[in-house]
Design a protein around this ligand. Structure first.
Ligand code: AZ7
Length: 324
């Protein structure tokens, strides 16, 4: 029977030897265990290829990174953050799953879920914009996944329609955790006496990250004000995504990044005519400059815009509305 230790590319097989003794043979998956197929995507530091496990014919997406390039560009930290983050986020249908990592002399390999529906951004560009029902459904799946991430102490920090993939059943899978932040585990931090309630470090840096990341159109004001990302930074990006699914473009977009940042910091955006009132109210409660005043996830789930959405397992079992 096959079991695999989550973080490493370890598979074990039970075999009976000549004396009838059951032996466990530990095998590490490697490049030779896969047939590589078409290129699914190219990043600045990685190439993603479709691949089939030669043993069980299962299809995966394998993200390949060149070691020399990673070291030269000082991205070692990001690769290991991506691995560690994905190893923590293993129990949710809306997060791309990491099955194995391995390396050979030249490259590093992430063996991931194959999301054959491509990027949500691609579907949005093809359709122009989503109707309310599709925005509710895809918004709800993204929110459910962000809630799980946050419950595991992970802030994504670069949520955007490019990082929301679609699987063969057109359900969402959030990907690209290289710029995520794993919050220090409050329970694990020593005796707990080191953070005295009310002390300057109480909750401040514990739930804040400390490096600049993100894509201009979705970056939160707190990041631009040089304070750190927090869980609410992902909710700002979520507000931008809901706006974009309905309007067909993100709320803050200018001729260059600097002008985009100016619009964000001055909250300079408008709703197109006909933008549905419930969606407008939700977006207005998320695109709030002070992260502490953004609608928390439980309140978003109860917001009128999501009336009729069944949260929990059914959100992932029911077929998605037809994208038209
Ligand atoms: O086997 C593991 O899971 C741990 C290794 C850790 C690791 N070994 C590395 C070697 C190099 Cl040259 C660069 C990075 Cl970022 C490296 N990260 C690893 C291997 C592959 C991947 Cl994708 C991530 C981490």
């Amino acid at each position: 029977e096959e079991w695999r230790d989550r973080g490493a590319a370890v598979g074990a097989r039970q075999e009976t030897d000549s004396n009838g003794q059951v032996q466990t043979r530990v095998v590490k998956k490697g490049v030779k265990d896969f047939n590589f197929g078409r290129t699914l995507g190219e990043g600045s530091y990685s190439t993603v290829l479709a691949a089939t496990d030669r043993q069980n014919q299962k299809e995966y997406a394998i993200k390949v990174l060149d070691k020399r390039h990673i070291i030269k560009e000082k991205k070692v930290k990001y690769v290991n953050i991506e691995r560690d983050t994905l190893n923590r986020l293993t129990e949710h249908p809306g997060i791309v799953r990491l099955y194995y990592t391995f390396q050979d002399e030249r490259s590093l390999y992430f063996v991931l879920d194959l999301a054959s529906g491509g990027e949500l951004l691609g579907v949005l560009k093809k359709l122009g914009s989503f109707d309310i029902e599709c925005t509710q459904f895809y918004g709800a799946q993204i929110l459910d996944s962000v809630a799980y991430m946050h419950s595991r102490g992970v802030i994504h920090r670069d949520l955007k329609p490019e990082n929301v993939l679609l699987d063969r059943n057109m359900h969402t899978k959030i990907t690209d955790f290289g710029t995520a932040k794993i919050l220090p585990d409050p329970a694990a931090s020593g005796s707990g006496l080191d953070v005295v309630p009310g002390s300057p470090t109480d909750g401040a840096d514990n739930d804040r990250a400390n490096s600049f990341v993100g894509t201009a159109e979705y970056v939160s004001p707190e990041l631009l004000n040089r304070s750190n990302a927090c869980k609410a930074s992902d909710l700002w990006a979520f507000g931008c995504i809901i706006y974009q699914l309905i309007a067909g473009r993100p709320p803050f977009k200018a001729a260059n990044e600097y002008l985009t940042f100016q619009k964000i910091l001055s909250l300079q955006y408008t709703f197109p005519d006909g933008f549905p009132p419930a969606a407008r109210d939700l977006v207005e409660r998320l695109l709030v400059l002070d992260p502490a005043h953004r609608l928390p996830i439980e309140h978003i789930k109860n917001h009128e815009f999501f009336d009729g959405i069944q949260w929990g397992k059914n959100l992932w079992r029911n077929p998605p509305p037809h994208l038209k």
